[in-house]
Design a protein. Sequence first.
Length: 203
Amino acid sequence: MSDDDVFRWVLIGGFVAILPVGLYHRLKAATSEKLDRRQEGLVLLVSIRLLAGIGMLGLLAFMIDPTWMAWASVPLPVPLRWAGVGVGVLAGSLLTWTFRSLGKNITDTVVTRKEHSLVTTGPYRWVRHPFYVSFALAVLMMSLITANWFAFITSSVVFLLLVIRTSKEEEKLIERFGDEYRLYMDQTGRFWPRLFHRKPGEP
């Protein structure tokens, strides 16, 4: 069995482990409420989902037969690819913790639900966007395990677009929660834990 075949099965195992977790929490949070995803902005709305779909097709191709993605392979040392597995465990753990902390507040866009609460516990105690942190870890994980530049570029661009989208997301949260969210912003970092709390009004 080749190295690519080994890591193919590792990747399949990871997806089998984490996919039910995501589906469970999203179904648990599902309502009949219609969310206006156009508030993201048309460019972000389309480009994030289009690129994510293209990247996922590449990953599925690798999991079906790694030779299908050999055209974009990169010669990485096997220990480095195994390090990607460790990063994947960290990403999956953070993602699960985030899902559990959000509860029924889960959405796939910048718009809050009518019955939305501000979550400041779990990973949200330390950073305002742990979902995106777990996605960044997943980008690193997938890139290392597949040793594939196509996986790295598509997922990295999606992550950068999500980072851009956080500004709109936080605008919506300020509209919804006002000073409560502004105070939360003063106390936490966007993606990294804040070592020192800033004073209100400081950038």
